[in-house]
Design a protein. Structure first.
Lengths: 539, 332
């Protein structure tokens, strides 16, 4: 272990203990539950991989969540705020917490703090996923592997999340049907109907205003906006004053009324299809291009190109994994490469260690292509990790196992077999020798299977103690975690993106000392979570 | 080899694999796969599209296969359709040519799910029968009896310890689903690959060649998952969990350079063991009978010897763009 690694571990381990196992639970068992949870929560997308079906993935993932929830509800709630968890995992966590009643104070969270955690988590989700989750709370969702959670706490959380959002006006236009379903579910059909009729009135009575204060304003950020948006969502028309709501009606007669105000392009396309069949698609794209989200701009590139419209894409707006996925589809260019390099440097600056020379073995074999439902994601993740890790040392040595390297040198397409032992020996043989080696691989080795572990064992036997870390971007349901390359010799850490590597590295500490490793994770989660949680970190 | 040959002809595997070379071996557990790639003569035949076939049954023992591609294709030897539909799973024994945009009906197909009724509608995903079952099916390829493979499937299931045996291949597939999926994950395609030699326990149990890389890519998963995955499972049952003949890393010089040397040495010794097994396999003679099917200058022939059986597609110019030959029985 290098000095840097020791310093990192010492810093993390010397902090006060915030969480201890209760009852018959031991630190070792808790550590195992946390490891399994992290493996699932940082890599699983609840979809098929190159190896496992969606059902297998979901079953293993839910089991990992359940394991930690049963170990400690508070620990589970806090760790859901860790950076680098998948949105899908946060959704599963929310459902688990909301569908199980809380009885008073727990190990270190009180009910208000748990409420703050829930609110923080649901707000951090992208709106479509958040609304899908809200829908799943209402009816359950087989695809998400979720059962319904329908209680007062859930309903209040929905109202607070929707009505206090600064993006409520946009959501009212963009997701009006889903928003209506969510609000009607939260209020109940009868109350929603009454609220609608009150909001349609010019002069509501005092009692009616009291009702609006209790059921709308008390959850709202801006009560005027919330009332107008709620009215719009519930179908009241003719009273709009907010620009997006006004444009929704105006665009039905003049599509250009939606120009320059950030109107959602998919809604405008719907209006074009229904009311302006003679207006070309390109006009709708041009009119609404200022309203496109960063994600839409990326997704629309091919369509915009075909429609002859230029939609500027700023690569600095996207995370490195997404940029690589984009480059696989549309090709790599200089702008993307510059953005990737800048992001890699920035992310490396936050890495908790720095080395003289770092060795990186990138598995670019065929299996790193992933399943068709998440095509090339493992490879994109591996390349993003490579970029970042190259900056955690003064020098970097990179070895590719399989793969075909593109003209730019940065884009590597997965292909071929997996001879990881060769890659390991190659980077270790470089001069100067690396102080640490990171192997980014899905853990499937075949030239032959087990050779990597044999080489690591031989290295240890002759006293070569260079720390080797296995970073795995693929959750494997058959192991209820990430597939290991050299069990007991090389720590395998799940990783979905360079942003989540801090969580991943501390997860590695769990194997050295489960209790202290868990507390290091708790501390990281507390400082990443809502304000109410940050106070706990000072204990 | 003439495509209208009426007499038995002897061919070596080496002759059939002419125009190809071997890639680096991949080994996991009992199974070893050696990729076959075209040599510098560029031995690729793009006449045939990948078998992206839509299958349906019209009566028991009758399979209709539709090729929507704009090139002809070859339905692989022993292709089968196991579906979640309330329908009887079926398989074909012999390979079939299917012209572009055409449907071919086969009335010598067989049921592989004994007590299930109903007809398959539009099944896409296919498997390839376990190698030992496929041999039995090929032997009965001209027999019109939809229940002809039930006794063999029953023995196969019993042999592997599948509790719900009988003439249901699906019992085997469910029982070993996890292991079969792992075979798919563990063996990877290499660039330009058009085939593979499959070894289990150090012995050649399968020789596969496709006309082109796209065709190979679409038949590889069914082959490794079920056809040869089954052989690996049968071998494990017969010879135990510890793989036979796997070379271990032996480091004598206790240094990094020593480990690198040991790695090279173990690769060389593994390669030599593989080379010997392959040389032995290449020298093996297969006996081809009369032509089973004809399509222009191409013909399908059934080939076999004492240990292997399967089919080849030969061209009038002496090339063999398709070969699918597997072991007939598991040897200890």
């Amino acid at each position: 272990m290098s000095k840097n690694d020791k310093a990192l571990m010492t810093r993390a381990l010397e902090q006060p203990t915030l969480w201890r196992p209760a009852g018959a639970m031991t630190p070792k068992k808790a550590g195992a539950a946390v490891c399994s949870f992290l493996d699932a929560a940082t890599t699983s997308l609840g979809r098929a991989t190159h190896y496992n079906s969606r059902e297998e993935q979901q079953k293993a993932e839910l089991s990992a969540h359940d394991g930690l929830f049963k170990t400690s509800r508070d620990l589970y709630a806090v760790l859901l705020a860790l950076p680098g968890l998948t949105d899908r995992s946060v959704g599963v966590g929310l459902k688990t917490l909301l569908s199980n009643p809380r009885n008073g104070k727990g190990e270190f969270l009180d009910p208000l703090q748990e409420r703050a955690v829930l609110f923080h988590l649901v707000q951090a989700l992208p709106p479509q996923r958040m609304l899908k989750l809200v829908e799943a709370f209402r009816v359950g969702d087989e695809e998400l592997g979720l059962k319904k959670a329908n209680n007062a706490r859930t309903r209040k959380l929905i109202l607070r999340t929707l009505l206090s959002s600064p993006r409520l006006q946009l959501w009212a236009v963009k997701y009006r049907r889903k928003m209506k379903a969510a609000l009607v579910h939260a209020w109940g059909e009868r109350k929603a109907s009454i609220i609608r009729s009150i909001l349609a009135k010019d002069d509501p009575t005092h009692d009616e205003l009291d009702m609006l204060r209790a059921d709308v304003d008390s959850f709202a950020g801006d009560s005027k906006v919330a009332r107008e948006c709620a009215a719009f969502i519930l179908g009241v028309r003719g009273k709009e004053t907010l620009p997006l709501l006004k444009a929704f009606s105006a665009a039905k007669t003049d599509i250009k009324a939606a120009k320059g105000i950030g109107f959602p392009p998919e809604v405008l396309e719907g209006i074009r299809g229904q009311f302006h069949k003679d207006v070309p698609h390109a006009v709708a794209v041009e009119t609404a291009k200022d309203g496109m989200t960063a994600g839409q701009k990326m997704n629309m590139q091919r369509e915009a190109k075909n429609a002859g419209v230029k939609v500027d894409l700023d690569p600095t707006q996207y995370d490195p994994v997404r940029l690589y996925l984009y480059a696989f589809e549309m090709g790599m260019d200089e702008k993307i490469q510059k953005a990737l390099a800048a992001k890699a440097k920035k992310l490396a600056a936050g890495f908790p260690a720095h080395y003289g020379t770092v060795g990186i073995v990138v598995d670019a074999s065929a299996s790193m292509a992933g399943d068709k439902t998440q095509a090339l994601r493992p490879m994109a993740c591996a390349l993003a990790m490579r970029d970042m890790l190259q900056h955690v040392g003064d020098e970097a040595v990179v070895a590719y196992v399989g793969g075909t390297v593109g003209d730019s040198g940065s884009l590597v397409r997965p292909m071929g077999d997996t001879a990881l032992a060769d890659g390991l020996v190659q980077v270790l043989s470089s001069i100067p020798a690396p102080e640490a080696v990171f192997v980014v691989s899905d853990g499937y080795e075949n030239c032959p299977a087990g050779r990597f572990a044999e080489v690591v064992a031989a290295l240890k036997e002759i006293g070569i103690e260079v720390p080797i870390f296995h970073l795995n971007p693929v959750f494997a349901s058959e192991t209820t975690g990430c597939r290991e390359l050299a069990p007991a010799l090389v720590p395998t850490m799940p990783v979905r993106s360079p942003e989540g590597l801090g969580t991943t590295i501390i997860r590695g500490l769990l194997e050295a000392d489960p209790l202290k490793g868990i507390n290091a994770l708790v501390r990281l989660a507390l400082v990443s979570g809502p304000v109410e949680m940050k106070a706990l970190a000072k204990l | 080899m003439a495509t209208n040959n009426k007499t038995q002809t002897s061919l070596t595997v080496e002759q059939i694999l002419a125009g190809t070379t071997l890639g680096r071996s991949q080994t996991v557990g009992h199974m070893e796969v050696i990729p076959i790639i075209p040599d510098s003569s560029g031995s690729v035949d793009d006449t045939f599209a990948p078998p992206d076939i839509t299958a349906a049954t019209q009566g028991y023992g009758n399979v209709r296969m539709t090729n929507d591609e704009d090139r002809p294709t070859i339905a692989p030897t022993g292709a089968g359709w196991v579906t979640p539909q309330a329908a009887q799973d079926h398989a074909i024994a012999s390979a079939e040519f299917i012209p572009a945009k055409k449907t071919v009906a086969v009335d010598t197909a067989m049921c592989i799910q004994a007590s299930q009724g109903g007809y398959i509608k539009d099944a896409k995903e296919f498997l390839i029968l376990p190698a030992t079952l496929r041999t039995a099916a090929i032997a009965q390829r001209t027999v019109k009896s939809y229940g002809k493979l039930w006794p063999t499937i029953d023995s196969f299931n019993k042999g592997l310890g599948v509790q719900d045996h009988g003439g249901h291949l699906v019992y085997f597939l469910k029982h070993f689903a996890k292991q079969l999926d792992e075979f798919v994950a563990e063996f990877e395609l290499v660039p330009d690959q058009i085939g593979a030699l499959v070894l289990v326990g150090g012995k050649v149990v399968g020789i596969e060649r496709a006309p082109n890389p796209a065709f190979w890519s679409s038949v590889w998963t069914p082959l490794v998952r079920v056809c040869y995955g089954a052989v690996a499972l049968q071998a494990r049952k017969a010879i135990g969990d510890v793989p036979v003949g796997r070379s271990r890393l032996a480091v004598t010089d206790k240094s990094l350079a020593g480990i690198a040397a040991a790695l090279s040495a173990v690769k060389a010794s593994s390669a030599e063991a593989t080379r010997l097994a392959v040389a032995e396999a290449k020298a093996v003679a297969l006996f081809a009978g009369a032509q089973d099917r004809k399509f222009g200058d191409y013909g399908i022939f059934t080939v076999a010897n004492q240990t292997l059986a399967g089919q080849i597609v030969g061209h009038a110019d002496g090339r063999f763009p398709y070969l699918s030959v597997g072991v007939s029985a598991i040897q200890k």
